[in-house]
Write a protein that binds this ligand. Sequence first.
Ligand SMILES: [Zn+2]
Length: 501
Amino acid sequence: MEEISVRQGRLMTEIKLYNTKTRKKEVFTPLDSKDVRIYVCGPTVYDRAHIGNARPVIVFDILYRLLREIFEVDHVRYARNFTDVDDKINATAAERKAAGATGTLEELIRERTEETISWYLEDMGALGNLEPDHAPRATEYVQEMIDMSVMLIEQGYAYEAESHVLFDVTSYENYGSLSGRSVNDMIAGARVEIAPFKRNPMDFVLWKPSDIEQPGWQSPWGRGRPGWHIECSAMAEKLFGKRFDIHGGGLDLAFPHHENEKAQSCACGEESDFAQVWMHNEMLQVEGKKMSKSLGNFFSVRELIDQGYPGEVIRLVFLGTHYRKPMDWTDKKAREAEVTLRRAAKLLSSDPSNILDLKAPQEFVDALANDLNTSLALTFIKKYLKEGDRIKLASSLTLLGFDIDVLVKNFASLEPSQFKNEQMEGNALRSCGDAVDSRLSELANQLLVRRENAMLTKDFTTVDALKSALVDAGVSVQMSKDGVTLEPAAGFDASKLEDLL
Ligand SMILES: [Zn+2]
């Protein structure tokens, strides 16, 4: 009896989600409450996932769990693809082959994608994420991509040129509506791949030719391979039909990837086809800085786990920031998360009676239902912890994807210093500082070289260009006859140094 009333109560829960398409927070009503469908763009499988890649996975895992809580487990389907055909994968396999790996390029590509997929599932599992109901691989849906391209050509939205198939962006009047840009803005702002056979520089590839070394499939346009955007359109339609509920991904995918997916899928159907709600999570930084390999603050999920951060701690840190806000990964937050989990585990281990089957309090579900307000949800967790309410605490943590048995086992008797490498923060910041220093001295040398050349040619254009780019990155530039001194000044942005030279 109680179970029924809880269920009915849950169905009354109003979910509100921010829809990128309308730029509004809207009440979410599924097309079919017995088959709620969510598609999230998955990884291109050529390397370990970095911690920024984990953000959409955790965000949409929370949404998946919330939908299952409200519409029931069997009434929700979640699809997340693997892009296993991509030039980056080919390049990685070619590098391996050049380094002496045995096997054909095709075998090495296969080996690379298989290995990366298994790493991905293992790493995302370690962060407490459920596996989706569907994990389609692009290479298994190539026929659907060809069929869709054929249909787009037939209907006048795409054209063939030099063994490529291109989507004509001027043929679809709502092109740009998702990301809020006009075609002219896009041309002005984007690094557009110029090709002589494109009618418009923004036209994007649905199909491209493959040379003998590259993976390829037979098509009406010769042997080739699909472009990235058509993959998700074809897979989503095959699994979910022309219309489904939610499409998610990182904000960096809104344009061009999602804009192009939407254009392809809506062009040959109706404007209300494809995803009803588009959701985008903001990006992640590390210790206040944009992640970058040259700054030394670029970590894979696996590296973080190997450095001693338990997956549960990483997950709790991620949940502390609302998904539409930029998130900063800091060691301080990890320490705080660890303290919370340790306290929770101690409380939950104090009485072994069964507390696992209970439903999370409605106020807690409501916080999540309000556009996934995980940071508010965590304030409830802290409140239940303070009040010593084991039942509310356990049921809420379970809904957030924490396994209570594992928490009790791994955290209840954990001493603060046991689990992690205390040097982590220092190392990360130090290597970050070292990387900036060496980059600046490289740039100072380059400026000197340019100045010497300019003395000879009397043309100072390249010197001035580099100087103003440095000033723009917040670097103070002092040039004298003794040399060049570069130092970070107000407004310094290390990530801008990367693009110089
Ligand atoms: Zn996609």
